[in-house]
Design a protein around this ligand. Structure first.
Ligand code: 7PM
Length: 277
């Protein structure tokens, strides 16, 4: 199974690692525009060196309560780093945005895929993704970032998430997005209690069975803090356990901060699985 974007293919017969690259001002201590670009580039190349085949560039914080970012501001953050990474690496670049103009400009600048936590529900996003003609990740979120974590409820967790994703797939196909460009994501932490998150992780195989590649984003998330009482800096082991479960259930793209350690998990699993005839 391959994911294709223009001339470039990604081999999904094995799980791939997507490295997270935040280019929001709070993610870099100031030091001027050039310094920030250089720091981000070094981080991206380091993750590629460690085995990431996709770099997820995000200029709009999805953190609950984060300030809204204008299109111009987001473009100013993401386009220069996409161009810079392209100069030094042929890795896939994913653009983490919900804004149609940012999707289009980023793909023009060299991004190979779109990662939209709003699943292309914002104005113009479906059309932009269809026009861009690259793979798109559709993520489930209940509510909006600002309010999603206040007492999320589901009538039937897995069915609700599945129904939402199937409806977004339908909207994508209607808009002219190719079936083999669609990636699904359960949206861990987005309008879900700790138990919702762990129950969904346990049901990953049901989403894999829908027939689209599944992307999993668990890295350092608060579901582990709630379970284990760990600060951000001490969630690696739990994140790796989560990555292992997701990959064992058939998830093909793992979105993480800690690329090297996650590659170890995937390589161990691949070695073990190589003995299955
Ligand atoms: C605060 C809250 C800061 C949440 C950062 C986050 C995903 C994503 C994010 C995911 C896809 C984080 C999240 N999470 N995109 N973007 N899937 N496709 O922890 O799970 O990285 S932002």
């Amino acid at each position: 199974m391959w994911l294709r974007s223009g001339e470039k293919g990604l081999d999904l017969s094995v799980a791939q690692v997507m490295g997270i690259l935040n280019v929001t001002p709070d993610s870099f201590s100031d030091g001027g525009k050039f310094k920030q670009l250089d720091t981000a580039l070094k981080r991206a190349l380091e993750m590629v060196e460690q085995g990431a085949t996709i770099i997820d560039v995000g200029g709009e914080s999805t953190r609950p309560g984060a300030p809204d970012v204008s299109v111009d501001e987001e473009l100013a953050r993401v386009v220069p780093i996409i161009e810079k990474i392209k100069e030094y690496s042929d890795c896939w670049i994913s653009i983490d945005t919900s804004k149609a103009p940012v999707m289009l400009a980023s793909v023009q600048a060299g991004a190979s895929m779109i990662n939209d936590v709003c699943a292309l529900q914002n104005a113009g996003a479906l059309q932009a993704a269809a026009d861009a003609n690259v793979p798109v990740c559709l993520m489930h979120m209940q509510g909006a970032p600002r309010t999603m974590q206040s007492a999320p409820r589901y009538a039937n967790l897995c069915l609700d998430v599945k129904t939402f994703l199937e409806q977004r797939v339908e909207a994508c196909l209607q808009a002219g997005i190719k079936k083999d460009h669609i990636i699904l994501d359960l949206g861990f932490g987005f309008g879900k209690t700790m138990d919702h998150n762990f129950a969904l992780l346990n049901a990953t195989h049901e989403f894999v069975a829908l027939g689209y590649p599944v992307l999993t984003g668990l890295s350092r998330k608060s579901m582990f803090a709630q379970l284990l009482n760990r600060p951000l800096s001490e969630r690696l082991a739990a994140s790796l356990a989560g990555a292992m479960i997701a990959v064992q259930q058939g998830s093909k793209i793992i979105r993480v901060h800690d690329v090297s350690a996650t590659m170890d998990v995937i390589n161990v699993l691949n070695k073990v699985n190589s003995f299955n005839k």
